[in-house]
Ligand binder design. Structure first.
Ligand SMILES: *Cc1c(COP(=O)(O)O)cnc(C)c1O
Length: 392
């Protein structure tokens, strides 16, 4: 009889510390600068702005907070509309609800899995005819792949609608030589534990508009008016990042380029090993863009592969390998039932198809080649034997 040693779990995208974080944390502790704000926060803002080529940056407690501040700065309020990519994490759109505005969802397109310019054009045309243009368009760069920013910027420019780039998953990605997050009026990044670099939790709002970023810092600090006593004339938030966490961020930012290389190498290994399999298609990379390949994503055509994406997710989980479906589109979420949605083609819902057929594989930058080999062999076994399809 064979005894089986339990295998170690392989996670989707765990944190990957460099070791240098401890130095910055120790510095914060030595100076007793533990409270929010402080020298690490100022330095992290400067260093991140420089790394991505943005004019200014405000460090905040999460990517979601950064999106919320961007909407507030753009004057989004009750009764306003905000357009948003549908194929994304709910955090992209929750701040629309915080502001009492109405989300309108825009489908994905096949080459980037990002916002479909043709769907956006129909949505803008209709909104203009109704005299209800959106106050902002939130464009998501999915899994690190930049959306079609030339087309999207041209459309939004023609209607005078500002863009907020949700680059939470795309720090380190570029679009025609520019960093993801620096093309629209505002860009946001996330340093949540699963992102390409992490502070355990945190975010950044960037813009070339220095006044707007200064205003963001005020709003994020309870909107205190300049006075010795605590004077307040409008609602604010407690959204600033702690000095300790900013220290972690500074160390992580130094290894961002390595993390991008590691994730791209992981993507290439998966692709080389699996792309010849029937029914398997890897997420494309738009010419002129460079994805950080935050998560390796692919689609499974069940008729050709003999197995569905969700069967593969379960098959991997049985072997303690964490994978997951592509984000469930927001226009299909109960939270947004009744919200308007503009599909890519008149009868072609690309984001729903990607949700049905897509799978994200373990992509952590600390994953070893041996671990990745285990994932690849497990996937091959699941596809070939049809065992995954049989659920055994
Ligand atoms: C992670 C993520 C966010 C939210 O970032 P938090 O820091 O977790 O608030 C927003 N949008 C997308 C696309 C994300 O993946």
């Amino acid at each position: 009889m064979k005894t089986t040693v339990p295998k170690a779990a392989i996670l989707l995208s765990p944190p990957h510390m460099s070791g240098a974080e401890q130095h910055y944390i120790a510095e914060a502790f030595a100076s007793n600068w533990i409270a929010p704000l402080g020298p690490h926060v100022d330095a992290f803002e400067r260093e991140l702005a420089e790394a991505v080529g943005a004019g200014h940056a405000a460090a905040v407690s999460s990517g979601t907070a950064a999106i919320h501040l961007a909407l507030r700065l753009l004057g989004v309020g009750p009764g306003d509309r905000v357009f948003c990519s549908s194929l994304t994490f709910v955090a992209s759109a929750n701040p629309i609800l915080y502001q009492g505005a109405e989300p309108v969802f825009i489908d994905a397109e096949p080459e980037t899995w990002g916002m479909s310019p043709q769907a956006l054009e129909r949505a803008l045309d209709e909104a203009a005819k109704e005299g209800r243009l959106p106050k902002a368009v939130i464009v998501v760069h999915l899994f690190g792949q930049c959306a079609r920013m030339d087309e999207i910027s041209a459309l939004c420019g023609a209607y005078g609608v500002p863009i907020v780039e949700d680059a939470a998953e795309a720090l380190g990605s570029s679009y025609k030589g520019r960093h993801a997050g620096t093309i629209g009026r505002f860009g946001i990044y996330s340093f949540n534990g699963n992102k390409i670099i992490t502070t355990s939790g945190g975010g950044m709002l960037v813009s070339d508009d220095g006044d707007a970023i200064r205003e963001a810092r005020v709003l994020a600090s309870q909107a205190r008016d300049p006075a010795v006593h605590y004077e307040h004339s409008r609602p604010g938030y407690n959204y600033r990042l702690s000095n300790v966490l900013a220290g972690i961020g500074r160390a992580q930012l130094k290894v961002l380029a390595d993390r991008v290389e590691a994730r791209r190498a992981i993507f290439e290994r998966y692709r080389t090993a699996l792309e010849a399999r029937p029914g398997i298609r890897f997420m494309p990379e738009l010419p002129g863009t460079r994805s950080n390949r935050w998560l390796t994503a692919l689609t499974v055509d069940e008729h050709l592969a003999g197995v569905t994406a969700s069967q593969l997710v379960a098959w991997l989980a049985e072997d303690r390998i964490e994978s997951r479906p592509v984000w469930k589109p927001l226009h299909l979420q109960p939270l947004f039932a009744g919200a308007r949605f503009y599909s890519h083609g008149i009868r072609e819902d690309v984001s729903a198809r990607l949700f049905r057929t897509g799978i994200c594989l373990p992509s952590g930058s600390a994953m070893t080649p041996e671990e990745q080999e285990r994932v690849i062999e497990r996937l091959k076994a699941g596809m070939k034997s049809g065992k995954a399809a049989a659920g055994t």
